[in-house]
Write a protein that binds this ligand. Sequence first.
Ligand code: NAP
Length: 204
Amino acid sequence: MGKVATGLSMSLDGFIAGPNDGPDQPLGDGGERLFAWYSGGDTEYGLPGTEMVFQVSRQSAEMLRQAHAGMGAFVTGRRTFDLANGWGGSPPLGVPTFVVTHTVPEEWVYEGSPFTFVTGGVESAVEKARAVAGDRDVAVGAASIAQQCLRAGLLDEVHVDLVPVLLGDSVRLFEHLGAGPVELESTRVIEGAGVTHLTFSVVK
Ligand SMILES: NC(=O)c1ccc[n+]([C@@H]2O[C@H](COP(=O)([O-])OP(=O)(O)OC[C@H]3O[C@@H](n4cnc5c(N)ncnc54)[C@H](OP(=O)(O)O)[C@@H]3O)[C@@H](O)[C@H]2O)c1
């Protein structure tokens, strides 16, 4: 079995978007700053399954290559899906994508769709994603889903691309975690250009 891991760009004060996110600006006011590191380096990195090419540091490119090569499925939340407009039908990295939601958007359900809408909560979504991913990893890419996975003990790894900006308010990655500390163990620190990649394993 592969691992279940979050991977999100986060401001130094803990936000994964700026205020007022919406269809016109999915990352909110100033939130695009969280992704500036994808164009802040001198090494090209082509995002698998897409036409997108980033310019990152050599260190970030190697980190991304490793992370993406091991990814077999993606679990996200309905807000992220809606804000991204379903990535135009091509989910990140081209892997099967499981969207946790209360209601299935029928317009996105079609033969060969890369999206599966899961109404049974995060446990069900992660179970389905694991089944598809096999030996590869399951990436968890939204705040509310990561929080629920942490609470349910489903996360093996927390990866944060830490960006030196203070966004002040909006969607916090680490909140609603319930009582008691969640212990993490630092397993890797990589300094990129305009970003520090931090990886922790979740102590169970
Ligand atoms: N910085 C980054 O790397 C990064 C990456 C991705 C996203 N983002 C940002 O993160 C924000 C979105 O994150 P978010 O935490 O606010 O929202 P989210 O996790 O994407 O979606 C939350 C929604 O998912 C559904 N949901 C969640 N848990 C559920 C459950 N147990 N059962 C059924 N449905 C459930 C609900 O939608 P329904 O009730 O409508 O079904 C809920 O409102 C956006 O601002 C986005 O741009 C940032």
